[in-house]
Design a protein around this ligand. Structure first.
Ligand code: ZN
Length: 310
């Protein structure tokens, strides 16, 4: 298990190491970060649990976003520690209201010393290695069973089961605006702060979650040609419509997002222009409406066995 976990962690770290952001206004900065982490926790909890039936792998979804002071530059860590009420070690950065973590009494700054009585390991100095270790641990648990968190004071919190898609979420301090690697969805602080409302944030999260559900990273493999990436972008846009609707969001929030968000998420010819994305989302909304009028439980036939990437 330790060997496998180390390999998985190496993949996460290689794919997702993002630069820490320098900052000059600590308290406002951390308050803003915490605010976006709370919004992301809420959207992620709602989308992952509502979408459980779509996912190739499910895992317990406690409804938290995890933090670690190592994500910040050494000179910024005291301010971050104060803002979160955190000490060294992985901690709860934010919880979704009403989620299992919230109901168990976990709050910002709660340090996670152990999961099911097993201490969270520290494999290296990587800024997120301890958070990633927790993600790997949760993915190996029975999603339908309760589990426990031991905090820094030795208190044991029982976390109620809440099966959801096996994806974790993070507000990044820099790097690409939004990305998904199969296990983790990351959204930058800038992007989270730029969306108009919670529904637009959910649209971004649903798109990235769809990449993970559709196993795009695996399916692309080493052939990341522009045409293949475009195909994955359209698939994610289309599936996000169903995920949004399933979680009680308005799928049209994605259209509002793209109409307002003139700057491409990734400056790359492989990513479709937003006019094409909007058209694809509109077409999928119409298809969903037609399918659901005939059968309220209808799903798109293509999503369970998507056509090969070409
Ligand atoms: Zn995408």
């Amino acid at each position: 298990m330790r060997g496998l976990a180390a390999i998985i962690l190496a993949v996460i770290v290689a794919a997702l190491s993002a630069p820490a952001a320098a900052n000059s206004a600590p308290s406002a900065y951390y308050a803003g970060l915490a605010q976006q982490e709370t919004r992301l926790a809420a959207a992620a909890y709602r989308l992952t649990t509502a979408s459980a039936g779509w996912c190739p792998q499910t895992a317990p979804q406690p409804g938290w976003i995890l933090g670690d002071l190592r994500r910040f530059e050494p000179q910024d860590r005291p301010a971050a520690a104060q803002a979160y009420g955190a000490s060294d070690g992985p901690f709860v950065a934010a919880v979704a209201p009403g989620s299992p973590a919230d109901r168990a009494g976990l709050t910002s700054g709660t340090r996670i010393a152990a999961i099911n009585g097993v201490a969270v390991p520290t494999y290296s100095d990587e800024p997120t290695i301890r958070i990633d270790a927790i993600i790997v641990t949760l993915n190996a648990l029975d999603p339908a069973a309760a589990w426990t968190v031991t905090d820094a004071d030795g208190r044991v919190h029982r976390i109620a089961p809440a099966p959801g898609c096996a994806s974790a979420f993070r507000v990044e301090l820099g790097g690409a605006q939004a990305a998904a690697n199969g296990m983790l969805v990351r959204v930058t602080l800038d992007l989270a702060q730029s969306v108009a409302d919670d529904e637009e944030l959910a649209a971004v999260v649903a798109h990235e979650l769809a990449h993970n559900i559709l196993r795009h990273r695996d399916r692309l493999g080493s052939n990341r040609s522009a045409a293949r990436i475009r195909q994955t972008e359209f698939e994610a846009d289309r599936l996000s419509v169903w995920l949004m609707a399933g979680a009680g969001y308005d799928p049209a929030a994605a259209i509002r997002f793209w109409n307002r968000h003139k700057r491409p998420l990734i400056r790359d010819a492989s990513h479709p222009p937003r006019s094409e994305r909007i058209a694809a989302i509109e077409a999928e909304m119409a298809a969903m409406q037609t399918a659901r009028a005939a059968n309220p439980a209808a799903r798109p036939a293509w999503s369970d066995a998507p056509p090969p990437l070409e």
